[in-house]
Design a protein around this ligand. Structure first.
Ligand code: ARG
Length: 475
């Protein structure tokens, strides 16, 4: 089969080369952007006098017919056409004849692929951001119901201080907010048009790149032709943003795994999002959070893979960069389905506040509050108060209860100090609500944090970049 670039070749290329060299197996996903870019390129060629009106009209209608064929699954992608750019160009010439052969004037596949891939990356940057916002909305909805639900806050995975469940959920959201902001920054940094720079040095046709940039919604054309055809920073930015997102998701997932165990029993995952064991009939496994935890690995790998491809490449275009796409497609698809299913798992799980409270009563979480009380009430040096509190903790241990359950008289007996008001201090809820400065865990502060995040969500939704992104529904 003769190649579009076959003029100088005496022999047909081997089928082994075709298999090794072709990207059509995966870059066919870029067809929509390729056609959109070709339409604008044709318009630009018309405006600079390379195409006449008739040729332009034929090209546009030909491209539209190809788009409908691809959409209907009636387009044959052939490995001998090598990539999406040549597949569409060859099909166009088959359809409309001579005019089709003029489309590649003042264009190279190097700027074409840089355009198509960048359009894919930018569009999916927006879609992912929209899905993170939906996830955050779901988490905040749960958080609003649980600003008074006491649970043990942990450091080193050991009981530390009483917090509320809503506060914990807000901490998750703080991560996801940064993910959205990171993606927005990447979008702004990369929203420049690659098309029109030709193979590597510009073209002698006077390409109107400003017009094309505007028509395709880019901020402006890219600055330098060599850089444009060789850089893949826009793809690496997305890979990094997704790796960070999945790292955050993996931490949430780990907590879901822990919390759904018998040892915690803070939550029960819905049957619809749990799996069974093929041998142990009694089991209900948290496969979804486990997979979410595991999937972060491949997104880190995709980032490292493209960094390794790009390392040491000389300017300008090199075929190595054809290796840029599959990892990005994989990371994007991983992010999209992970966000959907995490949202589904969270909105369908059952929360057990009674178990959270039960666990908060283990480990003397308000011991620090008692020491602070002794310092304030009896002007004890903190070290002494610490020691005395230790004795009271030991007394509670002996009785087999938590210090929050001790009576005032019992504490008086151990400490030989007047203890009026101590019950308020030992109380889990009072301890939580005492942490009432900005960013703290009191119900009041948690509600404020939720309000701030909700406002931010609302504002971010309205921003240009996220407008198209509706659809918070769970399938
Ligand atoms: N399939 C190629 C890629 O993905 C398109 C650009 C090819 N350019 C070239 N000069 N061979 O990078």
């Amino acid at each position: 089969m003769a190649k579009l670039w076959g003029g100088r070749f005496g022999k047909e290329s081997s089928s082994l080369l075709d298999r090794f060299n072709a990207s059509i197996g995966f870059d066919q996903q870029l067809w929509k952007y390729d056609i959109e870019g070709s339409k604008i390129h044709a318009k630009m060629l018309l405006s600079i006098g390379v195409l006449d009106d008739k040729e332009y009209a034929a090209i546009i209608s030909g491209l539209e017919r190809i788009a409908s064929q691809i959409e209907a699954g009636a387009f044959a992608f052939k490995i001998s056409d090598e990539d999406i750019h040549m597949s569409i160009e060859a099909a166009l010439t088959d359809l409309i004849g001579e005019a089709g052969k003029k489309l590649h004037t003042a264009r190279s596949r190097n700027d074409q692929v840089a355009l198509d891939f960048r359009m894919y990356v930018l569009e999916h940057n927006q879609i992912i951001r929209g899905k993170i916002l939906c996830l955050m909305e779901t988490i905040l909805e749960i958080a609003r119901l649980h600003t008074e639900t006491i649970m043990p806050g942990m450091t080193h995975l050991q009981h530390a201080q009483p917090i509320n469940f809503g506060f914990h959920l807000v901490a998750w959201c703080a991560n996801f907010k940064r993910d959205v902001e990171r993606l927005s920054a990447s979008y702004e940094r990369n929203n420049f048009l690659p098309l029109g720079v030709g193979a590597m040095a510009g073209t002698p046709y006077g390409n109107d790149r400003e017009m094309m940039a505007k028509a395709l919604g880019f901020q402006a054309p890219t600055l330098n032709a060599m850089d444009t055809v060789s850089e893949r920073d826009f793809a690496l930015d997305l890979l990094y943003d997704i790796a960070m997102l999945l790292m955050h998701i993996s931490r949430v997932a780990e907590e879901l795994v822990l919390w759904s165990s018998y040892e915690f029993k803070f939550i029960t995952l819905s049957d619809s999002y749990s799996t069974g064991s093929s041998i142990m009939p009694q089991k209900k496994n948290p496969d979804v959070p486990e997979l979410l935890r595991g999937k972060s690995g491949r997104t880190f790998g995709n980032l490292m893979a493209l960094l390794s491809v790009m390392k040491g490449l000389p300017l300008a275009y090199n075929k190595d960069t054809q290796e840029d796409k599959e990892g990005v497609f994989d990371s994007v698809n991983t992010a999209l389905i992970s966000l959907d299913i995490l949202q589904a798992v969270l909105s369908t799980m059952h929360i057990h506040p009674e178990n959270m409270l039960k666990m908060a009563k283990i480990g003397h979480l308000t011991a620090t509050d008692l020491a602070d009380f002794l310092v304030r009430k009896h002007k004890l040096p903190f070290r002494e108060a610490h020691h005395l509190t230790g004795k009271i903790v030991a007394f509670a241990e002996e009785k087999g209860i938590d210090i929050s359950e001790l009576e005032e008289e019992d504490i008086f007996k151990v400490a030989s100090l007047e203890m009026a008001g101590v019950k308020d201090v030992l109380d889990l809820k009072a301890s939580m609500n005492a942490r009432d400065s900005f960013g703290g865990t009191s119900s009041n502060q948690t509600a404020q944090q939720i309000a701030i995040l909700s406002k931010w969500l609302e504002k971010t939704r309205q921003l240009e970049g996220c407008k198209k992104l509706e659809g918070c529904e769970i399938g």
